[in-house]
Design a protein around this ligand. Structure first.
Ligand code: ZN
Ligand code: ZN
Length: 615
């Protein structure tokens, strides 16, 4: 789910700010250089067994039927949802910009209902584990899509979901075909831009102010990508007639975007005057439903929130003790404040001065990867494949501003592409901004970042997922499992004594996990319990030791997204619970490495499903 819908939505939102000067603008505000903790999911190389090839005798009949249905389903899906196809690396339908009107929604709902009927007639209990989990993920994806269109209805209240930049950016900058061929695809795609924004305008009835403002902020990014297309077109081998048509369509697209912005500005003014804007808080009923569909947890949203509160108390108590332990060593001669938040904050602040030099940021990350690999292997945590080294590289310029650090794995339709660890260099930052980022990713935090993103976090998980090739999981796998594993990986390393288990390492790890836990508390508190901005800023800054710019950024994110912020902690806490339960069940026979490898062998299936399969 996360991999198409959310990744795409995030990509559309982020890319709109990315191209050219919009990205620069963002950087100048010092907001983009912080490594985000999401995997920038571009999917993993996967292959589907062709139905004929799958006709090996020992493969259950239900599996063959399901594999055949999967291929048909995906072919049909890419036709009806070309934007998701592009995000997945499939460009056959890229020339079609779908107009988001009533007709396309009806067609989509018919597609969903048809496939749900078909999938629900199958017998998952007769399938092997991979197919059974794939089947559940497909059903969930369709139910989630239907709920989004019929119940959640962001197409009526989120003007920022209408953005043409992401797919254009992909077509322009992915070398899936020759440049002239890609430009001709763009030429055809541009024809629908005016109709696209006209439909958007008709759909928007009562937006939230936050999403309206986000859409207005994204507009320059949309215009910038058109300019980028224009430059590429001008320098190309296209004929003069094609170039002429291109200019006409680019002009019309420019006008359509500007009209849309004008419409939003007018609407916003009316809403302010009438005090009638839709609240950005989605409320308990929608939150619970969205949580159930997206997170696919065994716990409810409220139970997860309660778990996060308890985890927070534990973390703060530990940080309190660690700060006392460290005080004489690092705060010598300074009066210790009575307030524990103040005390912890002072120790963190002092320790943060220990960081690499700006020019060493990327080389240091590169240096650490083999060390992490060695630690994981020598501590019997997980078998790693040394023949597939991870390549650390500076984030390609056109992708910057999306995330400061991310694993960039090729889409399932581009298996020949490599997996990279993208790190945005600090080159474009002012000295103050660079210092702030370096203090955040100080000596200890940089190691936690690498653990989360690379080994044993996202990169290791992707390698395991690839061993049980499932195109369904690579496209619609569970985001809470993916993020939960990376967060669990941090914990696993600390428990194994990583970083010599010094109090400094534990304090910084605690700060990091506190951010994860706080994300869950914030999301639920804001959307369900009505937490105010002032309360949110206090929670993030004073009680979770975040900088003002980090806290502001998070406040913006929680206003325009919901539930996704809980995925990290939700997946993590379920993996921890599963581990404890396996320990109890197996007693002396419990083996940590075997547990990890078994857990990862199911691909990105939801943890609750993995728990059933492990019994
Ligand atoms: Zn992550
Ligand atoms: Zn410094």
């Amino acid at each position: 789910m996360m991999k198409t819908k959310i990744a795409l939505a995030l990509m559309l939102a982020a890319f709109a700010l990315t191209p050219a000067d919009a990205a620069q603008k963002k950087k100048k505000k010092g907001r983009s250089a912080k490594p985000a903790r999401t995997v920038q999911v571009k999917k993993t190389p996967k292959k589907v067994a062709a139905p004929v090839a799958a006709a090996v005798p020992q493969i259950p009949r239900a599996d063959r039927a399901f594999d055949a249905a999967t291929i048909q389903f995906l072919n049909a899906l890419w036709r009806i949802d070309p934007a998701s196809a592009i995000a997945a690396g499939k460009y056959d339908t890229a020339a079609t910009l779908q107009v988001p009107n009533e007709a396309s929604r009806i067609a989509r709902l018919e597609f969903i209902n048809e496939w749900l009927v078909r999938l629900n007639k199958m017998k998952p209990q007769e399938m092997s584990i991979r197919q059974r989990t794939d089947h559940a993920l497909l059903v969930n994806k369709l139910e989630s899509d239907r709920w989004t269109i019929e119940t959640f209805r962001p197409w009526q209240w989120n003007p920022a979901m209408y953005s043409i930049a992401g797919p254009i950016d992909y077509i322009l900058n992915t070398e899936y075909a020759s440049k002239p061929q890609r430009l001709r695809t763009l030429l055809r795609r541009l024809a629908n831009v005016p109709a696209y924004y006209k439909a958007a305008q008709e759909n928007i009835t009562n937006p939230t102010r936050e999403h309206t403002r986000l859409a207005i902020r994204q507009a320059p990014g949309n215009l910038a990508i058109l300019d980028e297309v224009e430059r590429a077109m001008r320098d190309s081998t296209l004929s003069n007639a094609e170039k002429k048509l291109f200019r006409q369509r680019l002009d019309a697209a420019h006008i359509a975007i500007k009209r849309y912005v004008f419409f939003l500005e007018m609407l916003d003014r009316q809403q302010v005057a009438a005090n009638s804007a839709r609240p950005f808080r989605i409320g308990k009923a929608l939150y619970d439903q969205k949580f159930a569909l997206e997170i696919q947890s065994a716990s409810s949203a409220e139970q997860t929130y309660q778990k996060a509160l308890a985890a927070r108390d534990e973390i703060l108590a530990r940080m309190d003790g660690l700060s006392d332990e460290l005080w004489p060593k690092v705060m010598q001669g300074v009066q210790k404040p009575a307030d524990r938040f103040q005390k912890i904050g002072m120790v963190i602040d002092r320790l943060s001065q220990n960081h690499v030099r700006r020019e060493d940021f990327l080389p240091e990350i590169r240096r650490q990867i083999p060390q992490l690999q060695e630690f994981v292997t020598s501590h019997n945590l997980l078998t790693l494949d040394p023949t597939k080294p991870l390549e650390v590289r500076p984030t390609p310029v056109y992708q910057r501003g999306v995330a400061g650090a991310s694993i960039d794995a090729p889409g399932p339709y581009r298996p020949q592409d490599r997996t990279y660890y993208n790190v945005t260099p600090l080159d474009d930052l002012t000295p103050e901004q660079a210092e702030s980022t370096l203090r955040e990713y100080n000596h200890w935090m940089l190691q936690v970042l690498n653990i989360h993103e690379a080994i044993p976090g996202h990169y290791a998980q992707l390698m395991y997922a690839n061993r049980s090739p499932s195109i369904v999981k690579s496209l619609f796998g569970n985001g809470a499992m993916v993020e939960g594993w990376a967060v669990y990986g941090e914990r696993m390393m600390m428990e194994a004594g990583y970083g010599d288990a010094t109090p400094e390492m534990w304090l910084m790890y605690s700060k990091w996990i506190l951010r994860t836990v706080t994300n869950t508390i914030l999301d639920y508190s804001v959307h369900v319990l009505g937490m105010t901005e002032a309360q949110a800023m206090d929670l993030l800054q004073r009680q979770a030791f975040q900088t003002r710019s980090q806290a502001t950024e998070k406040w913006h994110r929680v206003q325009v997204s919901s539930v996704q912020l809980t995925s990290y902690f939700s997946g993590y806490s379920e993996i921890m619970e599963l581990r404890e339960q396996r320990k109890r069940a197996l007693g002396d026979r419990f083996n940590l490495k075997e547990f990890h490898e078994q857990l990862l062998s199911y691909g990105s299936a939801p943890v609750k499903m993995v728990a059933e399969l492990m019994q």
